[in-house]
Design a protein around this ligand. Structure first.
Ligand SMILES: NC(=O)C1=CN([C@@H]2O[C@H](COP(=O)(O)OP(=O)(O)OC[C@H]3O[C@@H](n4cnc5c(N)ncnc54)[C@H](OP(=O)(O)O)[C@@H]3O)[C@@H](O)[C@H]2O)C=CC1
Ligand SMILES: CC(C)(CO)C(=O)C(=O)O
Length: 344
């Protein structure tokens, strides 16, 4: 392998353009595969990557190697898959027909099973699970802004060695984890807020500053944690407080929460969840891969998950439109009712 192995981003959207863009801005050889809309935008404006700490990086249009075609898969040593979960299977089939011998893959997606889906379609290849903790907003004209903190995590593996410097130079060091399943579940617990944020139709910071919305998140997390306990799954600790304490913190009055949860509220005031992005753009969301996973695990263990089940239904209703204008109080009442009527 050459001294600078080539990286390909498959699915140039918010995460792909931000992560790949920062790698490219710091000298890594990166090629992007994306849809026509994004390709045209980036070819016109280049990439502009900023973060909440003040990082400000540019890759001029003439230096971004981005295409709708899949030629980059034939030369890549490492492919970062950054499509939404529903697009993973198609991505895996495309990778299977194009990847060169020896190329490996990291899934930088939310949810639990994307890497597994890719592994099934790419026998004999190394496919690692990654986790992106921070929020990225597409701001138009090739600009992508990371509006919250966190370190990229990835399943521990020797093949990462040639890439560690490039990620570190890009300001995105890879934290390797021996139990990535625990990390994925911990991230999924945080992602239970995506459905609530999408239904709230508010920026994350504004939503999380209001107790009624936070109590909705607390209900979903509390239920999920009970299911994980039954299933004997121990989520990793990604936040200053352990996962089991977070629902209690979310339930605090606004003034107390603002003081105790400063870190949780340290989000760009305009940032919204990736599920809001999907609803807003009229796309199918990842709700089945997030709240839906809680419901599936509950069924496997013969327990109920009515709150997450109701959130799945409500997001599917919103996908089908027209969109209901929820208040935090109305959604909370709806979720409490769901919990009561299931008898849990
Ligand atoms: N955005 C965020 O802040 C965060 C997102 N994540 C997770 O990261 C993953 C990626 O999310 P995000 O970047 O927001 O998603 P985006 O929708 O912004 O980006 C994915 C892009 O990939 C494109 N795409 C899908 N299939 C193909 C294909 N076969 N060929 C070329 N392009 C394709 C999509 O186009 P189209 O829509 O037309 O299919 C879209 O433009 C998700 O699992 C998400 O949950 C994790 C942490 C934070
Ligand atoms: C970072 C976070 C939790 C919120 O933006 C996210 O994962 C998402 O939007 O999907």
């Amino acid at each position: 392998m050459a001294s600078s192995p080539e990286i390909c981003v498959f699915g140039a959207g918010s995460i792909g353009c931000y992560v790949g863009g920062r790698l490219a801005a710091n000298g890594a050889p990166v090629r992007f595969i994306g849809r026509e809309r994004v390709v045209a935008e980036v070819r016109a404006h280049g990439l502009h990557l900023t973060d909440w700490r003040g990082a400000d990086l540019k890759v001029p249009a003439s230096q971004v190697r981005i295409d709708t075609g899949q030629e980059a898969l034939g030369t890549a040593d490492l492919v970062l898959v950054t499509v939404k979960s529903a697009a993973t299977e198609e991505a895996g089939r495309t990778l299977a027909s194009r990847l060169k011998a020896g190329a490996s893959v990291i899934s930088f997606q939310n949810g639990l099973h994307n890497a597994q889906v890719l592994r099934g379609l790419l026998p004999g290849r190394t496919v690692l699970t990654g986790m992106v903790p921070f929020n990225v907003a597409a701001q138009g004209q090739g600009a992508f802004h990371a509006g919250s903190e966190g370190t990229l995590e990835v399943e521990q593996h020797a093949l990462l060695a040639p890439y560690l410097d490039a990620f570190a130079r890009a300001g995105l060091p890879l934290k390797q984890h021996a139990d990535i399943g625990a990390v994925q579940w911990a991230k999924l617990l945080l992602n239970l807020n995506n459905a609530i944020n999408a239904l709230a139709n508010l920026p994350l910071k504004e939503e999380l500053s209001q107790r009624a919305w936070r109590r909705c998140v607390a209900l979903a997390q509390h239920e999920a944690l009970a299911v994980l306990d039954v299933a004997r799954v121990k989520p990793a600790k990604l936040t200053p407080l352990p996962p089991h304490w977070i629902p209690r913190l979310l339930g605090m009055p606004d003034a107390v929460f603002a003081v105790l949860a400063k870190k949780m509220l340290a989000i760009d005031p305009k940032a919204r969840s990736s599920m809001w992005d999907d609803l807003h753009a009229g796309r199918k969301t990842e709700v089945d891969y997030l709240n839906g996973e809680v419901v599936r695990l509950a069924h496997q263990h013969r327990v109920a998950a009515p709150v997450n089940s109701r959130l799945v239904e409500l997001v599917h209703e919103a996908e089908a439109g027209p969109r209901r204008a929820w208040t935090g109080e109305a959604l909370l009442a709806e979720l409490e009712q769901a919990g009561r009527s299931s008898g849990s």
